[in-house]
Ligand binder design. Structure first.
Ligand code: GLY
Length: 367
C-alpha cells in the first residue's frame, strides 16, 4: 500500500449533495472547511459526549466560532446507554431554545454513538438539517462517520430507529487517536480487520504487518489505513447508499456480533463483538471449505494480537441464535449472513443453517 495517503475524498451518492472526507493533523483548518460548506454566519451546535468534550470541546468550539454566528454545545453522558430517543429529545429541546432553523448545522464531535445520534437528530429536526461528522474514535473514522447511517437504539435493539442522512463534511483529525482508550482502539481494529477480510486480502496482510505501528497509533500508519478504509467505504456506499445490495457486505461479523453485544448488555465494545462475530463467520467459511484451516486460525489468532477476544462466556448458544432472529439483518425471515468465499472476498448468503451457526458459536464459548 502507498505510504502517502490521499487526504481528501469526495463521496457522491445519488440524490444527495456530494461531501468531502478530509484527513488532517489538527483541528486548525476546521473553520476554513466549515466555511467551505456554508456554515459561515450560521448557528452551530457541537454535539459531544462527556469523555470527548473534556478533551476537545473547547478547542473545536474556538475554531467553530471563527465561522459560525453563534456556537452552542450539547454534551451527553458517554456510553451506548445514552444512544436513545430520550437523548435526542433533549437535543431537540436545546436546538429549539437556541432558535435553530433549517439552515443551521450540527457538528458531531465524538465516536460512533455521538455521530449516529447527532446524525439522527439532524435527519429529523425540522425534517432535516445539515450536519458535520468530526469522528474521534478509530471506529468512527474508518466506518460509521461515512455513508449516512444514523440512528439510536430502542429497547436494547441496536440502531433500531434511524434514517439515512448524509453528512455535509467528514473532518478527521488523525492524531486525536492518541488519546483513545486502548479498548476503543481495539474496537476500531475489529472493524478495520473486517475491511481487509471482506474486500482486500493485501490490505488485511498490511494491517497485520503494521500491528505495532497501529498499537502505537503512529500518525502516518493511521492516516494510511483510515484513507484506505474511507476509500473502500466510499466505493461501497456510492454503489449502494441504502443497503439494497453490496453495502450489507460491511456487516461481515455483525450478525453474531450484534447478538453478543446485546446479550452482554453493551459491556463489550462493538468492535470486540464484531471481532467475535468475524471468527464465527470465518469458522463457517472454513467448515464449508471456502477457507483452509491455517487461514481460519490466522484470522482467529490475529484478534489476540490486536487485543480482541476470541471467546466469551455467560451467554447461551440458544440466546444468541434467538437474538440473531430479531436483528435487522433478516430478509423475509431468513438471516442474511456474510461469509468469506476466500480471504478478501465477502459474500451475502441466506442459506446458513441453524446447525452451522450453533457450531460456530460453540467454537467461541469459553464456558
Ligand atoms: N457500518 C456499516 C455501514 O455503514 O453500512
Amino acid at each position: 500500500m502507498a505510504k502517502t495517503a490521499v487526504n481528501r475524498l469526495t463521496v457522491k451518492t445519488e440524490g444527495n449533495t456530494p461531501y468531502d472526507i478530509c484527513l488532517k493533523n489538527s483541528f486548525s483548518s476546521l473553520a476554513q472547511e466549515l466555511d467551505g460548506i456554508g456554515c459561515g454566519g450560521r448557528r452551530l451546535c457541537i454535539v459531544s459526549d462527556s469523555n470527548v468534550a473534556d478533551l476537545y470541546l473547547k478547542e473545536v468550539m474556538e475554531y467553530a466560532k471563527k465561522c459560525g454566528k453563534e456556537v452552542i454545545s450539547f454534551v451527553f453522558p458517554a456510553g451506548e446507554q445514552s444512544k436513545t430517543l430520550a437523548t435526542v429529545q433533549q437535543l431537540y429541546e436545546t436546538l429549539i431554545q437556541a432558535g435553530f432553523d433549517r439552515k443551521d448545522y450540527l457538528l458531531a464531535l465524538g465516536g460512533g454513538v455521538v455521530g449516529d445520534l447527532a446524525g439522527y437528530a439532524a435527519a429529523t429536526y425540522l425534517r432535516g438539517i445539515r450536519f458535520v461528522q468530526i469522528p474521534t474514535s478509530l471506529l468512527a473514522q474508518i466506518d460509521s462517520s461515512v455513508g449516512g447511517k444514523t440512528g439510536v437504539d430502542f429497547d436494547q435493539y441496536k440502531n433500531m430507529v434511524g434514517a439515512f442522512h448524509q453528512p455535509s463534511l467528514v473532518y478527521i483529525n488523525v492524531p486525536v487517536l492518541k488519546t483513545l482508550p486502548d479498548d476503543q482502539l481495539a474496537s476500531g481494529v475489529g472493524e478495520l480487520l473486517k475491511y481487509g477480510l471482506s474486500f482486500d486480502a493485501d490490505f488485511y496482510e498490511w494491517c497485520i504487518e503494521h500491528m505495532e505501528e497501529i498499537d502505537e497509533r503512529d500518525s502516518e500508519t493511521m492516516t494510511c489505513l483510515i484513507a484506505k478504509c474511507c476509500a473502500l467505504k466510499k466505493y461501497i456506499v456510492e454503489k449502494d447508499p441504502t443497503e439494497k445490495g453490496d453495502r450489507a457486505l460491511l456487516n461481515f461479523g455483525h450478525t453474531i456480533g450484534h447478538a453478543i453485544e446485546k446479550l452482554k448488555d453493551f459491556t463489550l465494545s462493538h468492535g470486540a463483538c464484531v471481532a467475535l462475530g468475524t471468527v464465527a463467520a470465518a469458522y463457517i467459511s472454513w467448515q464449508r471449505g471456502y477457507l483452509d484451516e491455517d487461514e481460519f486460525y490466522e484470522i482467529r489468532d490475529m484478534n489476540v494480537g490486536f487485543g480482541l477476544p476470541i471467546s466469551f462466556d455467560g451467554i447461551s448458544v440458544d440466546d444468541i441464535i434467538e437474538a440473531t432472529r430479531s436483528d435487522k439483518k433478516m430478509d423475509a425471515g431468513q438471516i442474511r449472513f456474510i461469509l468469506l468465499k476466500k480471504l478478501g472476498k465477502a459474500q451475502i448468503v441466506t442459506d446458513v443453517t441453524e446447525t452451522e451457526m450453533r457450531e460456530a458459536i460453540k467454537s467461541l464459548k469459553a464456558d
